[in-house]
Design a protein around this ligand. Structure first.
Ligand code: SF4
Ligand code: MG
Length: 333
């Protein structure tokens, strides 16, 4: 297991890049920035596997790749299993003396389709195998983006996708609330995974430090990032960072980490909870994106009420999605 110290500020981040030119993602793509940050945070002694998705298709066009560390494509639902197989293989080779015994980081990434939907079972399985050091990173652009923006379990309520166009008869075609993937993995793998967290591409240092913490935790770990996607979310590419910031500042995407069973909030989420900042109205975030352009006042109000519920009624704001029944509230002190 590597021991990677935390970077105390942006000046501590090295200049060296391990994810360079040669990719073909859209202008303003935040997921590709996440890839660059992953490589920078982990450094050269790293093996990366990536499932099918934008970050496979657009990053490995025929005979070119921006990855300068070993990289392998894996099947769409296989982030967890490819990470576990790689970590187990390295361990066996080192034990047999076939390769030098040294810390090598194993990272597998997947999109929301590959991680929150199809590959959830494999990620969950990987998080139960405490003997293997690995980090699974789910980059969430809230759709199956590389096949032209179909909705996934991570797509927010009411968003337009190619599977949920706003119509005159049915304005809101997508009526399911976004799945709480990091919360369910954190609650379900307590005592097995020493690090589970959330991040956003707009908060690069926070993200890179979480990558380094996950890789240094020992055992299987998981990090979920929210990545604005100009193509699927319909906004000007220059607004990507602003949109990511707003997702956090409106309380839609809380930043947190659970380290060895202890939860801490980070960045603007911490400021909101400590009263140093106020949660912004969700309308500020939603109204900047074409995928919500059909929203009426009633739709904004519904979205706001669901986010308020996350903050005011969940057992842990934005993390654990239930509260005690009224009759049982006095049972726990
Ligand atoms: Fe990035 Fe979205 Fe374009 Fe995919 S569709 S490359 S996630 S901006
Ligand atoms: Mg996606």
């Amino acid at each position: 297991m590597a021991v990677l110290e935390q970077w105390r500020g942006v000046k501590a981040i090295p200049d060296m890049e391990y994810f360079i030119s040669g990719h073909r993602t859209c202008q303003g793509c935040e997921s590709v920035l996440i890839m660059r940050y992953i490589a920078k945070a982990a450094g050269p002694r790293t093996i990366v596997t990536g499932t099918t998705g934008c970050m496979y298709v657009a990053n490995t066009s025929y005979y070119s790749t921006p990855w300068t560390v070993p990289w392998m494509h894996s099947q769409l639902g296989a982030a967890g299993s490819s990470a576990m197989g790689t970590a187990a293989g390295l361990k066996a080779l080192m034990r047999k003396g076939k390769i030098k015994d040294e810390p090598i980081n194993v990272i597998a990434f997947c999109g929301d389709g590959g991680g929150a939907d199809m590959g959830l079972s494999a990620i969950s399985a990987a998080l139960t195998h405490e003997d293997y050091n690995l980090l699974v990173i789910l980059y969430d652009n809230e759709s199956y983006a590389n096949t032209d923006i179909q909705l996934s379990g991570s797509t927010p309520w009411g968003a337009v996708t190619t599977f949920s166009p706003a119509g005159t008869k049915h304005r809101i075609m997508h009526r399911r609330w976004k799945k709480n993937t990091p919360g369910l993995l954190a609650a379900g793998h307590a005592g097995q995974s020493k690090f589970i967290g959330t991040a956003c591409a707009s908060h690069g240092l926070d993200f890179m430090n979480k990558v380094r913490k996950g890789l240094s935790a020992g055992g299987p770990t998981f990090l979920h990032t929210l990545d604005p996607c100009p193509k699927g979310w319909h906004y000007d590419p220059e607004m990507s960072h602003e949109i990511g910031n707003l997702a956090v500042e409106c309380g839609i995407w809380p930043l947190y980490e659970v380290v060895e069973g202890k939860l801490s909030f980070t960045g603007p989420t911490r400021n909101i909870l400590t009263g140093r900042a106020k949660r912004k109205p969700v309308r500020e975030y939603l109204a900047k994106q074409g995928r919500f352009a059909h929203f009426t006042d009633e739709d904004y109000a519904y979205f706001q009420s669901k986010v308020d519920e996350m903050w005011e009624h969940w057992m842990i704001p934005g993390v654990v999605a239930f509260e005690m029944a009224e009759a049982d509230k006095g049972l726990i002190h």
